[in-house]
Write a protein that binds this ligand. Sequence first.
Ligand SMILES: [Zn+2]
Length: 432
Amino acid sequence: MKWVAVLFLSLINLLSFSQSGSVKAIKAGRLIDTENGKLLDNQIIIIRGDTIQAIGAGLQVPAEAEVIDLSGATVLPGLIDCHTHITAQHGDNYYEDIFRESPIDEAVKAHIYARRTLEAGFTTCRDVGAHAFVDVALKRAINHGDIIGPRLIVATLFIGSTGSHGDLTGFSPFLDWKLPEEMLGVANGVEGVRKQVRYNIKYGADVIKFGASAGVMTEEESVGAPQYSQEEMNAIVDEAKLWGKKACAHAHGTEAIKMAVKAGVASIEHGSMLDDEAIALMKQKGTYLVADIYNDEYIMSEYKRLGYPDKILDKERSIGQIQRESFRKAVLAGVKIAFGTDAGIYPHGWNARQFKWMVKFGMTPMQAIQAATINAADLLGWKNKVGSLAPGKFADIVAVNTNPLDDVQVLEKIGFVMKGGVVIKNELSGKK
Ligand SMILES: [Zn+2]
């Protein structure tokens, strides 16, 4: 009985806690309703603690509320990037990055990237590949309030076959990285990949990321050939499902994309070489496309200077534009699209530069914004928490001083960021 009473009291405490917290009211001149694809005028958002309590025109502002006047701005839900590598950023020397840095360097610097990403308006990220579980530590520190950063869903180690995009390929066989293969995410065979999925989950993976195909930023010969068999891909996705996790596949080449879609991944990352059959399969299975169609600009203008081998630059050259045309075809065909940029390939905080390219290659500004809000939330399985401004969801709110539906590039200059009811940045309004 005593325990029942204690439990009951704790419940009361919990309830009263969720009702308490500071009260804020945002006056939004314009508001983007991402669920209905509409632009609304003169909305009031009432926030209690970390949650949106009410939203609408002509709402009564509670007397105790701190009012944030964004009546000259356009307000939208916090943005979501479904493909980041927030713990790392390519430095200014390819070989130095590989041979002189370790995951400890990444752990030291990750908080800087996390803050930049949040200040750029990205309040949630799905981080799809990090070394040595630095992503788990980063997420823990953010959730604990030790450092400032976006909400994270993390994949931990990229799972790849021997010699794949996930392996350290192209170096001397006598080079000893002093890492067990499972710590590299290198796994082979049905049993091997199942064990790797379990290992990743054991140490904190929220989502499973694997390499269905070769890639650009590594030195294996191909850019898009399959690097797992159908059986291995099926096993990865199946094992992830057993543990209640979604899987996503890095896939550039057509065949690898189709294999991963058939295996049942939630999303195809990159999706560079889509043919009609791949598009039809993705539509049929409801697979999301997460295509990083901005960063070709950055790679082609900067990576030569950073000392990247010609092999890598040639690979990017061979698929950069093809990927954008594939994206256009997928948009036209009605494939589900979620925003994802591969941040870390280019400087963290520049994530919103991709909006321009999504519009250039077939989306309306509203569709591009939905890809980075409500659709992204759907892919993450977090539709009840983020992705739109609605009662009961986290008060993750951003604002810009002009209407992004007129010019989506204004999202590159987010002037107001709130995460969980806490104002992170406000260059737009005087608080009243
Ligand atoms: Zn990536």
